[in-house]
Design a protein around this ligand. Structure first.
Ligand code: ZN
Length: 112
């Protein structure tokens, strides 16, 4: 177990969990910045803080609206600690991502 390379810890996740981590690693999560590259009608800004482009890095590392959640679930930077770490950390990263996406949906409703 100890000889596992960090990247291999993804093997212990479910298929759905693996798919999400595999989209987050190359910045291909369905966030505004990525969606905008596919369809320019999508706004680029983060719906939570409204003042940064919503990239994977922004969501995982910088969005001020996610500071408390980030403190609870994510290790300090660099991003490799978040996306290429132990299986337990990858599960916390997924929890963070899903809670952030939930918060995002609610923020959208509040802004409408
Ligand atoms: Zn933000």
């Amino acid at each position: 177990m100890n000889s596992l390379k960090p990247n291999e810890n993804i093997r212990y996740l479910s298929r759905k969990e693996k798919a999400t981590i595999s989209r987050l690693r190359p910045q291909h999560a369905p966030l505004k910045y990525h969606l905008n590259r596919i369809n320019p009608q999508y706004p680029l800004m983060c719906p939570l803080c409204n003042d940064q482009f919503e990239t994977t890095n922004h969501l995982l590392l910088h969005c001020p609206k996610l500071d408390n959640l980030r403190q609870d679930l994510l290790p300090p930077t660099p991003i490799t600690n978040i996306l290429y770490s132990t299986t337990d950390q990858l599960k916390n990263t997924l929890k963070f991502y899903h809670m952030a996406m939930g918060g995002r949906a609610n923020a959208h409703r509040l802004l409408d």
